[in-house]
Design a protein around this ligand. Structure first.
Ligand code: NAD
Length: 233
């Protein structure tokens, strides 16, 4: 029986790379993303199924898990990865944008865990990896609200590690530094000009893969260019 994964934000960047890595291991992937065309494209590429959904609603997370069960009968791995940067300037606070960032970066992780745990348990256990960020450990003064959201999910992973481990579900997070994806396209030139190396999406996907298969529950894997991922202490 094949292993089955659900990946959110899988139409682009890190999530798409995770889908490719898992598919190369024979894992069947549910590719969930707001970007319908992108989700269809990656699902076709990896031989999985696509779900066009805004995962910041509980209903969408339930639908994604239901799709895994309908298509493949089980769920083993969950990558809660969808995320956006904030652009919320605290001095010129935009409530709608603030709620949107909290919805995608925090609420979607809570809803994703809640939706997935019952099917993971019925499948005999499994693993959840959340894409947090180095900003969730050390902060990023260029984006305070993004920093807040990533600290929030780091806290959630820590708090859920033991209760979920008791249900044979290992939850962990990856905490990458700047990664060359569309999310940071607007800032890329600054890094290039400064000679500062960026991670590739596949560097981070490799860390997510180790989160699925080998790390301790509650691990926060720091991913930086040119170094092996290391658990944050
Ligand atoms: P990306 O923009 O390439 O991919 C993010 C994907 O999430 C996109 O396909 C987008 O359509 C999808 N998405 C956004 N809102 C959604 C929603 N409401 N519902 C469903 N899908 C939605 O960016 P990426 O860099 O691959 O980002 C993936 C994760 O990595 C994010 O959580 C991000 O915060 C985190 N991260 C990125 C970096 C970086 O430097 N790129 C560093 C640390 C952490």
């Amino acid at each position: 029986m094949s292993t089955v994964a659900l990946i959110t934000g899988a139409a682009s960047g890190i999530g798409a790379s995770v889908a490719r890595r898992l598919a190369a291991r024979g894992v069947r992937c549910v590719v969930a993303d707001l970007d319908e065309a992108g989700a269809e494209r990656i699902a076709k590429e990896v031989g999985g199924v696509a779900l066009a959904a805004d995962v910041s609603t509980p209903e969408a997370s339930e639908r994604a898990v239901a799709l895994a069960e309908e298509q493949y009968g089980r769920l083993d791995l969950v990558h809660l990865n969808a995320g956006i940067s904030s652009g919320v300037d605290l001095a010129a606070f935009d409530l709608a944008q603030y709620r949107k960032v909290m919805g995608v970066n925090v609420d979607a992780v809570v809803f994703g865990v809640n939706a997935a745990v019952p099917l993971l348990r019925r499948s005999g256990g499994g693993a959840i990896v959340v894409t947090a960020s180095l900003a969730g450990l050390v902060g990023f003064d260029g984006d305070p609200i993004y920093t807040l959201t990533k600290h929030a999910v780091v806290g959630l992973v820590r708090a859920l590690a033991q209760p979920l481990a008791a249900q044979k579900i290992r939850i962990s997070a990856v905490c990458p530094g700047f990664t060359d994806t569309p999310l940071v396209a607007g800032m890329k030139q600054v890094f290039v000009d400064a000679g500062f190396p960026l991670l590739t999406a596949d560097d981070v996907a490799a860390a997510v893969e180790s989160g699925f298969y080998s790390v301790e529950p509650g691990s926060l894997l720091v991913v930086q260019p040119g170094r092996q991922p290391v658990p944050y202490r």
